[in-house]
Design a protein around this ligand. Structure first.
Ligand code: ADP
Ligand code: MN
Length: 256
């Protein structure tokens, strides 16, 4: 049996449906042997009960929908984010990881950095939730796989902020700035890749996602990242409503 056939069989056993437009190359890159083994473990431990279709194919990771049994024995949705072990963005990942005092003493091999990256997203999501801020609840992680709450209605994920604003532009702008401020002041985190793509519009307002790169204020580039996050939000809202000067916003958030 060749490798591709074996992979197909194993994926079918897991209930994975690869959509036609997903190229074989992507499938092969995402579901290498290490990842398949980790997925099997997660299914065996009943962290997830099924794996569904592809939600997103990004530069570094793929997101799939999945099923999960909650504490009451009810079937609920989950999202499975799989970081590709053969990612093109490795140097950037290393910079973020090694500058973060929480993750500075890990081994520097390719796999270790990506596993640390996955764990870092899990930690950042927990920390954001503990501060009472909206983001997916992280359920588990193993190696390069993160399992989290599915944010959506039925099987449809909530739209990104670029596609839909929950309120008027002015109100949504204030809400987005409030999230940057609360993330910094309450969770002591800076998102680091904030944009209209990494904020979803849920029924109760904006929700932060994609937090692997988020850093604490001790990171040597923390302020650069914070300033860039503010600038991205201002850029998105500039055509929609009146925006506040980014230096002024920066000062009010860091309290200087
Ligand atoms: P990437 O690093 O590829 O940008 P993201 O974490 O931003 O990964 O996820 C990519 C897309 O997948 C998001 O823009 C969103 O549409 C969808 N997505 C991510 N996490 C979830 C989730 N927990 N529930 C529903 N959809 C999600
Ligand atoms: Mn993203």
């Amino acid at each position: 049996l060749d490798r591709i056939e074996k992979l197909d069989r194993k994926l079918a056993e897991l209930g994975v449906r690869i959509k036609d437009e997903d190229s074989r190359k992507v499938t092969d890159e995402v579901f290498d042997e290490t990842t398949l083994l980790a997925l099997y473990k997660l299914v065996n431990k009943k962290v997830i009960t099924s794996l569904g279709g592809s939600i997103s194919t990004g530069k570094e990771a793929n997101v799939f929908s999945a099923g999960k049994t909650n504490e009451d024995g009810k079937e609920i949705g989950a999202a499975v984010k799989i970081y590709r072990l053969r990612t093109g963005n490795f140097t950037t990942m290393s910079d973020y990881i090694l500058g973060d005092p929480r993750f500075s003493n890990i081994r520097r091999t390719h796999k270790d950095i990506i596993f640390a990256w996955t764990k870092k997203e899990y930690s950042n999501l927990s920390r954001t939730r503990e501060a009472g801020l909206p983001c997916p609840e992280p359920y588990a992680f193993d190696r390069n796989i993160l399992i989290m709450q599915f944010l959506g209605e039925g099987i449809i994920p909530y739209p990104q902020m670029r596609q839909l604003l929950p309120k008027t532009p002015e109100e949504t702008y204030e809400e987005a700035l409030g999230l940057i401020r609360d993330l910094y002041q309450k969770a002591r985190l800076i998102h680091g890749d904030l944009s209209e793509y990494n904020i979803l519009t849920g029924p109760n307002g904006l929700i932060l996602i994609d937090m692997a790169q988020a850093v604490t204020p001790e990171h040597p580039k923390a302020y650069n990242f914070l300033f860039r996050d503010i600038k991205n939000i201002n850029r998105f809202f500039a055509s929609k409503c009146k925006t506040t000067d980014e230096h002024e916003l920066f000062r009010s958030i860091v309290g200087e």
